[in-house]
Design a protein around this ligand. Structure first.
Ligand code: FE2
Length: 307
């Protein structure tokens, strides 16, 4: 117990999370009493240094959303408090998880207006970008957009696309062909998600502002994404996004701009049409890797279709 209290709920150092994983518990509760003073201090520093950058580079839906959530700048948020403000707006709620959520399961949560949320927080002496999500990335980076109706509906459409993918591969008899196509479809969906939900920009007048959570939760990258002359920023095109690899360990050199969340919603519908037409079956190889768990999650769903 002493160890538990000493390390709190710090990313990759939390015994509570290790235990949940050891018992294969993906859905957990948020044991709020375990957060250490260092954990709260990390939240405080992250939250306060982002204020000025959010005002300058955050898109208007984000700014509206973050104020609607009434987050405490001083303490790690309780998910039940977040949900009290969020749920009446769009039906979404943050759902605590112990770690990696296989891709079909993740998209299916979105379809049910649940957002798998990490409860650990990065170390207070390492506040800069870390490849794995933490509660700052999930709650301060993602959840503010979930207060927006059109954005919330867009996430639900993503979830529906995952079901469409499961249905499509269910119809393929040849096993190796089924796997090859599924891998390509998952890769295409992951790339689309990455270049929109995680790292998307939106046009605001003559400027571009961030709505992607990877940008909004990174002090250094948010400014870089908007200001750096070497970053390539282009109007989004599905054919480019689904064939474009990405790396997660450095600032993104290439970003895509949408006009609005109505535009984004329409693009997800378009993505689904492309999927049905077979245009996602052979996207360019490369990042991201599609892992065994992702493939299995879709195959399991395709064996038990919804309808
Ligand atoms: Fe994320």
């Amino acid at each position: 117990m002493a160890t538990v209290l000493a390390t709190g709920l710090t990313t990759s150092e939390a015994p509570f999370i290790e235990e949940a994983r050891a018992h294969h518990q993906l859905y957990i509760h948020q044991p709020y009493e375990l957060y250490s003073e260092e954990n709260h201090a990390a939240w405080r520093s992250l939250f306060s240094r982002m204020q000025e950058r959010w005002q300058r580079y955050g898109n208007k839906h984000f700014l509206r959303g973050i104020s609607a959530l009434c987050l405490d700048p001083q303490r790690v948020p309780r998910l039940e408090d977040v949900n009290r403000f969020l749920n009446p707006l769009t039906g979404f709620r943050a759902k605590p998880v112990s770690g990696y959520v296989p891709s079909f399961v993740f998209f299916d949560c979105l379809r049910n207006r649940e957002f798998p949320t990490t409860i650990t927080i990065r170390r207070s002496d390492r506040l800069d970008y870390l490849p794995e999500p933490d509660i700052f990335h999930d709650i301060a980076g993602h959840v503010p957009m979930h207060t927006d109706r059109m954005f919330a509906d867009t996430l639900v459409r993503f979830g529906e696309c995952a079901h469409t993918a499961a249905e499509i591969v269910n119809g393929i008899r040849d096993e190796s062909l089924r796997l090859r196509r599924l891998e390509s479809i998952i890769r295409a969906m992951a790339r689309f998600f990455w270049f929109t939900i995680e790292f998307g920009l939106m046009r605001e007048g003559s400027a571009s502002k961030a709505y992607g959570s990877g940008l909004l939760s990174s002090y250094g990258e948010l400014e870089h994404a908007i200001e750096a002359s070497e970053v390539q920023r282009y109007p989004i095109q599905i054919e480019w996004v689904i064939n474009q690899g990405f790396e997660i360990d450095h600032f993104q050199p290439l970003l895509f701009v949408v006009d609005s969340f109505d535009h984004l919603f329409g693009l997800v519908g378009e993505l689904e049409k492309w999927m049905r037409a077979g245009k996602l079956d052979n996207v360019a190889p490369g990042e991201p890797e599609v892992n065994e768990q992702d493939l299995k999650s879709f195959l399991k769903a395709s064996a038990h279709p919804l309808h």
